[in-house]
Design a protein around this ligand. Structure first.
Ligand code: ADP
Ligand code: MG
Length: 579
């Protein structure tokens, strides 16, 4: 009982400690008033007090009475009262305040010590070592992974199903060059929000003359409603957006408005402007859309909503990112997404694509959507924690590469290791904190927040762990352990991404070459996690050498896929071909 009380005291934060001290002070003043009233023989006050106790739900009012009577008995006499009231009151209050604070602090220290004593530090170190060894990515392993990425890319290009890398054809024939001109629209649908944008291109000299966009959320009922309702809603938003076209937007006479449609769901494409939905993801579930050409569906809705526009290009977000980067910079050869999920695409010579459909005209280059989240190699550094995460996921066996580092999973990898330490090594003094067993309660932004904590007592770690798992007191030693887990998981992830990039560079013959290659990057993981970014750049340096890595530049283009789609609409424009 005493230990439980002490434990509960030990688990209080500074704020709760202050609250506790306040309660003790109020209580002290109450007892003091009581004692004075007893000395004055004020029975009404006694009755009042008993009523208050009852209202407060203190059933055993007799016990309280005994306690108060005891205090009253030892209280100063009536003669001494004046002194007590005038001088003693303040003095005693201060003394009690200090004593209570000291008591709480000592109790907290005792419990922290107790928690630390219960921790099996030998076991903690062994488990961390096991995780670190399992996640190890020495240079040799990274080189093997880069080689495997290269091999799998070739296998995936040879025939459909040739590799776990799908290596999907995007049917992009012409990347934006910067010479495009005219008015184009973009639509980016890939989650609960979608964005519409309009861009006025002024050709080689003027480039982007004007760009406007709007972000609109999709009502949840439409995500699981009917096909027609969803596409009608999108077309309505588009209609309203088109209606706001200013006088400075110029559509050449006889030209129809054209749109690039970024649709970030699995699609099987047959041409640049068509593709059937394989399945919905990310909370969308409209069975009747599956197997249908999403471009036709959008086009039909636009007719219903009287939007006079042609869908010129259907692209996924990775391809959109590459195209957006390419418009600004001819050296962009890859698009990379490091966000909730992860994917890569790159510019490939069609002569290197044996599975190119026969009878279809062959442009010189195209973009391959690798769907690299599904990459698999026997050299991937996987641990028991990763196997468990995969087994518990909605798609066991799929997306093996992505599950080792993308924003959706990184937080949960760290949570699982902490849980293992709590269970096997009593990291939290023997108890398993509430929520620690709940999947995805620790998010990747939490991991990056903790990882960035450079304060001496790692305050941010304590804050995050309290918010995520309800642990209110965390010794500094434990905070250090948690930082170490974040570091191991993030380093592994970032280094794997670097190996993947090198595999692609090898495939396009630009590894270690004296030629600049730019990677167009989009995604919150890269954008908001500086240590992850740092490890990625460092690993590229190790793999490519100082000079080689200086030629590989990663350029962040936030939400660039919508603009990229509009630019692809421009480079595949029927209007421009006519012109
Ligand atoms: P999406 O990938 O869904 O299109 P974003 O590119 O904006 O969206 O990336 C969002 C993802 O980025 C989140 O799911 C999260 O995992 C990750 N992320 C967001 N903020 C941070 C952060 N501060 N640190 C690390 N990762 C973050
Ligand atoms: Mg995105």
């Amino acid at each position: 009982m005493a230990t439980t009380h002490l434990y509960s005291l030990g688990c209080v934060s500074v704020y709760e400690l202050k609250g506790l001290v306040l309660v003790y002070m109020v209580w002290f003043i109450d007892i003091h008033n009581w004692a004075i009233s007893v000395r004055r023989d004020d029975t009404t006050k006694r009755k009042q007090r008993q009523r208050v106790w009852r209202v407060m739900g203190l059933l055993d009012t007799d016990a309280w009475l005994m306690l108060y009577e005891g205090v009253a008995a030892s209280w100063p006499t009536l003669e001494e009262r004046e002194v007590v009231e005038n001088v003693g009151k303040a003095g005693v209050a201060v003394a009690l305040f200090v004593c209570t604070a000291l008591l709480c602090a000592v109790a907290a220290m005792v419990v922290k010590k107790q928690m630390q004593k219960n921790v099996n530090w030998g076991r903690v170190q062994a488990t961390i070592k096991e995780f670190r060894d399992g996640c190890a990515t020495p240079l040799q392993r990274l080189q093997k992974l880069a080689a495997d990425m290269h091999t799998e890319m070739i296998a995936g290009l040879a025939k459909d199903g040739g590799s776990k890398l799908k290596m999907l054809l995007s049917f992009v024939e012409k990347l934006p060059s910067g010479n495009e001109s005219g008015l184009f629209y973009g639509l980016d649908l890939g989650g609960t929000n979608f964005r519409v944008l309009r861009v006025q291109l002024g050709g080689k000299d003027k480039r982007i003359v004007k760009q406007e966009h709007e972000v609109v959320s999709i009502p949840p009922r439409l995500m699981i409603g009917s096909n027609e309702d969803l596409f009608d809603y999108i077309a309505q938003v588009l209609a309203k957006f088109v209606a706001k076209e200013g006088n400075d937007c110029k559509l050449a006479p006889g030209h129809k408005r054209e749109l690039g449609f970024t649709f970030s769901f699995p699609v099987s494409q047959q041409s640049i402007d068509s593709g059937t939905l394989v399945k919905w993801t990310k909370g969308f579930a409209i069975a009747e859309t599956v197997g249908k050409d999403v471009v036709k569906e959008l086009q039909a809705a636009m007719v219903r909503q009287k939007v006079d526009m042609r869908v010129a290009a259907l692209v996924n977000d990775t391809t959109g990112t590459l195209a957006g980067g390419r418009y600004r910079n001819d050296d962009v050869m890859m698009g990379l997404i490091l966000g909730t999920g992860s994917n890569a695409c790159y510019v490939e010579q069609t002569s290197a694509i044996p599975k190119w459909p026969s009878g279809l005209p062959k442009p010189e280059i195209t973009v391959i959507n690798m769907e690299w989240g599904n990459f698999w190699s026997s050299h991937l550094p996987k641990t028991k924690v990763d196997d468990d995460l995969d087994a518990d996921s909605v798609n066991p066996g799929d997306q093996a590469f992505e599950k080792l580092f993308s924003g959706m999973y990184l937080g949960d990898i760290v949570r699982r290791v902490i849980l293992k330490l709590a269970q096997d090594a009593c990291l939290f003094g023997g108890s398993i904190p509430k929520n620690l067993t709940s999947p995805f309660v620790l998010r990747t932004p939490d991991v990056s927040g903790m990882h960035a904590d450079e304060s001496a007592d790692l305050k941010e770690v304590a804050k995050v762990i309290k918010a995520a798992f309800g642990v209110r007191s965390l010794p500094v030693e434990t905070r250090k352990v948690i930082i170490e887990i974040c570091d191991i998981a993030a380093q592994r992830g970032a280094r794997l991404v670097a190996a993947g990039i090198v595999g692609i560079l090898r495939k396009i013959g630009r590894e270690g070459k004296d030629v600049r290659t730019v990677v167009g990057m989009d995604g919150g993981l890269y954008e908001h996690y500086p240590k992850f970014r740092g490890c990625l750049h460092e690993a590229l340096g190790e793999l490519l050498g100082k000079e080689g890595s200086a030629n590989v530049v990663i350029e962040l283009s936030k939400d660039g896929s919508g603009l990229g789609a509009a630019l692809l609409a421009a480079s595949h424009s029927v209007n421009l071909q006519k012109a």
